[in-house]
Design a protein around this ligand. Structure first.
Ligand code: ZN
Length: 195
């Protein structure tokens, strides 16, 4: 089974890609130096009337974070066997397979003795990538639309935006990039059937 993890470097890479394509001015703004605070992953603080946190290197409001949590909502018991999903591996498996870790192990064990196993693994990898694209899109759109004040870079420095960002333009770019990647993956899913 594949354990899906949303890597910070994936966010960073995507962000750089988009930032590089944009005409908007980014980087550390000199005029706002006194406002720069050293927040790190997982910190929660209040700024203005909102509560903020940093998740996957992106500054976001806590309420938005709750929305993201709902996106990956997991029921208490496994829809397949009915057992309570409380093991560490239940969560990543549920996200991909919609069943508990034990059920996935059992399913894969049975499948291993058929000629469909390789096809299954291939499909699983593509589905996993699609899942990452969806999540990345969600994070990036969320970041663009909640954060006017900038990003927290990998080394913990807050990058300020000069003159703000064009939310509409950037949202469009993110959606386009995600869609292109999705189409490519879906094509792969169909082309390599039984290969
Ligand atoms: Zn189960």
């Amino acid at each position: 089974m594949l354990k899906k993890e949303f890597k910070r470097k994936d966010v960073q890479r995507a962000r750089n890609l988009i930032m590089g394509n944009s005409g908007a001015s980014t980087g550390t703004q000199i005029g706002y130096k006194k406002e720069i605070k050293d927040y790190k992953e997982g910190d929660v603080w209040t700024e203005g009337r909102k509560t903020w946190t940093i998740k996957n290197g992106i500054k976001q409001t806590v309420s938005k974070l709750d929305t993201i949590k709902k996106e990956v909502f997991m029921p208490l018991s496994c829809p397949c066997c009915g057992k309570i999903m409380k093991k560490r591996l239940d969560k990543p498996n549920y996200k991909i397979h919609k069943k508990c870790h034990d059920c996935v192990v059992e399913f894969e064990h049975k499948l291993r003795y058929t000629n469909k196993y390789n096809e299954y693994i291939k499909k699983l990898k593509v589905k996993n990538s699609l899942d990452i694209v969806d999540e990345m899109e969600l994070y990036l759109l969320d970041a663009i639309n909640t954060s006017n004040s900038g990003f927290v870079s990998e080394d913990g420095v807050i990058e300020k935006w000069n003159g703000g960002i064009n939310k509409k333009e950037w949202s469009q770019k993110i959606k386009e990039a995600s869609q292109t990647r999705r189409e490519h993956l879906k094509k792969e899913l169909n082309d390599k059937k039984g290969a």
